[in-house]
Write a protein that binds this ligand. Sequence first.
Ligand code: GLP
Length: 242
Amino acid sequence: MNIRIFNSREDLNATAAAVIAGLLLTKPQAMLGLATGSTPIGIYQHLADMYRKGQVSFARAFAVNLDEYVGLSQDHPQSYRRFMNEHLFQHIDIPIAHTRVPDGNALDLAAECAAHEQAILDHGHVDLQLLGIGHNGHIGFNEPGRSLTGSTHVVDLEERTRTANARFFGHIDAVPKQAITMGVGTILKAKQIVLVAFGADKADIIKQALTGPVTTECPASLLQCHPNVLILLDQEAGGWFN
Ligand SMILES: N[C@@H]1[C@@H](O)[C@H](O)[C@@H](COP(=O)(O)O)O[C@@H]1O
């Protein structure tokens, strides 16, 4: 694992954006695995800036997202499809047909999970998977437990996760109780993984994920088994590492 600690979030965001842009220079048709949440927003802003300046093109790239809430239409203000459109896709030249966010409103959720998995398989693999981390160690929406599911599936969200995400919905009752998420197997098949975390509230779980036992009770700890992981942290989340 390559762990880098940054004094400024700006530098961290620029570094993550440069890694993604660098991949697209060498492989313009790369499949990017993308994440939502507050953490990647600055990275997406950097990528949009780089696109405006002619430093990167997504015209041949593909994007597949980690997860989506069950029961939200794609244009719901808190749907991850809308998040991706507003924070990234609208600002770059990726063809919208090259982007895939699970459809949380699908009538047949099992078929939707299979279709998401197949979209990745059709491409071969995710070239670079961007990840944030939940306070309980979840990646995507893979919640801690006695076992984990390998492929894309429907998951019941932990109360802690719903509480953390209630800030976006106004009230916890409005937060969906389920989500579709890529499985840990799907995530670990990516050729490269870039995990990003900011803030003191993520320090404990980052330390546990990177230095603790590999356990399904901390899904992010499974990243210790992947051969190509870049961890980008600010001082608050990663200061313990120095
Ligand atoms: N499903 C997402 C995750 O992909 C994300 O990494 C995590 C952290 O979010 P944030 O970046 O806002 O801390 O929460 C959400 O629940």
